[in-house]
Ligand binder design. Sequence first.
Ligand code: C2O
Length: 617
Amino acid sequence: MSSLSPLPAATGAATAAFLRPSLLPPKKSASQLSAYKSRKPYSPHFARISCKTSSSDKEPNNNDQTGPTTRRDILIGMGSLYGAASSLSDPTALANPLQPPDLSKCHPAIKGDAGDTADCCPPFSDQIEFKLPSPKEPMRIRPAAHLVDKAYIDKYEKAISLMKALPDDDPRSFKNQANVHCAYCNGAYDQVGITPSVALQIHFSWIFFPFHRYYLYFFERILGKLIDDPTFALPFWNWDSPDGMQIPAIFADPASPLYDAIRAPDHLPGGSSPLVDLDWSRSAASLTPEAQWQSNRDVMHTQMVSGAKKRTLFFGTPLKAGDLADGNGQGTLERTPHGNLHIWVGDLTREYKEDMGNLYSAGRDPLFYCHHGNVDRMWDLWKTLGPRRTDFTDPDWLDAAFLFYDENCKLVRCKIRDSLDNEKLRTGYQSVPILWKDSKRVPKKIRNKATAATATKKKRESKRVPKTKSATTTTKKKRELTDLSKFPLVLNKAISVAVPRPRKNRSKAEKEEEEEVVVVKGIEIDRSQVIKFDVALNDDDDGAPAGPRDTEFAGSFVNVPHRQKPGASKFKTALTLGITDLLEDLGADGDDTVVVTLVPKVGEPVIGGLKIDYLAD
Ligand code: C2O
């Protein structure tokens, strides 16, 4: 079951027409924008929700907990939320976890330019508190998408078809489920009790993993209920293995409900560059499957192992009630490969890069939930990869909460603390080989030497790292340095900066205690654009910047397009990369300075500055 097999055959899906009007929101007008501004309770017809488990079912008995609710009931039900939120202004209050949104105050999400909105507001009703499923419930074991059989595909397709057939006033409909993501990501909610208003944003911080875990949890249970199968589990896209290096074939059949016509045609199986590039950049050339796998393997090692030795490096930095997600930073995996793959699947020729390439529309692609299956699997795996790889214990993380509709159409308030153990959620993953735990990265200078010696022998298969070709003919030189005093600057070409290291030759214990990090400060981007830049250390200038296979490569900044407010597209954030292992592997641990090279790949961000720091958690 879990042995390596060749890449699945291409299906030729690339020729499908790019048409799917039913899920495209109509163009919004200025009046929609004023709906945003006035914060009217949205779509009053949604106050009563419908909940038919299948077309033959009756509406459930609404007398007990699911009852139709007046707006007054909702506000009373939310009293405790307001109570919690009002303590935010109390300086003596200790905890300050992010609160779930007030669905009655949802307003249109922002798709792009001012005035261009998407209606993502869910129906609303009263809430219940989340309860873990009974330990007697069967486990739902999520299979790798490339390993499923016909019986599974039939079941999965049937469930998605039924979900797509649910009416718009059923919160479990595919459209409403897709909108969950839109609303939480593109400014449809303001944080409750915070003035002036701060948009709720579940990316770019430590909220990222738990939010998406719950999202899949409910999405999966709804599907299971629709086909009456309590064991039904979503598939995961095993993009961290050589077998999963394409869009899984089950999503690429235009006749299947799992298909989405709004994807990059060249990245479909059978397209011109179908191999998943976890380090995708617009300019990258296609690699052979073997070279692509080697690159992907090294990306995974950096993101999961060497670059993720502290919690905040892996999960992202804290976001508490009242915080802008802007000031915080994404974790390793959220950037790459998570963000990269969104952009890789989305159709970048479209203004808003739908579907996967923009957070507002990503949930419309069934592949989204498969992609996030693997993201969620990485959370579990990360905890097995070394000491101190544990969940946060900060109550501001544990008590942060979200709202989701469950399979019975109940609106459930879920705290992060109940999401930490997949087994308690009765969720697991099929075991497949993990081939990226060991690093195969080599410093460029060593590889160049070795290659020069065997230049007449084998040529490197990778076109993207042409060191081997050029090593004998190119003379490497030190990079021209930009002075630290030149920041802030627009990163429109590669720059290198000598950054002082406050400490050097630290002991093993010190290194375990605190991870050395390079911090790219004051990154300013237009959040609606694809942005990517790479960071390398002590990278000699030999004509090609370091890539994922080179030890010098520290990581990338990645922004998946999204908007939060009309007219406000600027996003200020930071990038923090763990570099203790990297400096050791480069033999640079005794140096007073490190040369940090920033290479713009897509877009031209403003960079505020650079520093070396030490991170305890
Ligand atoms: Cu919420 Cu993959 O994004």
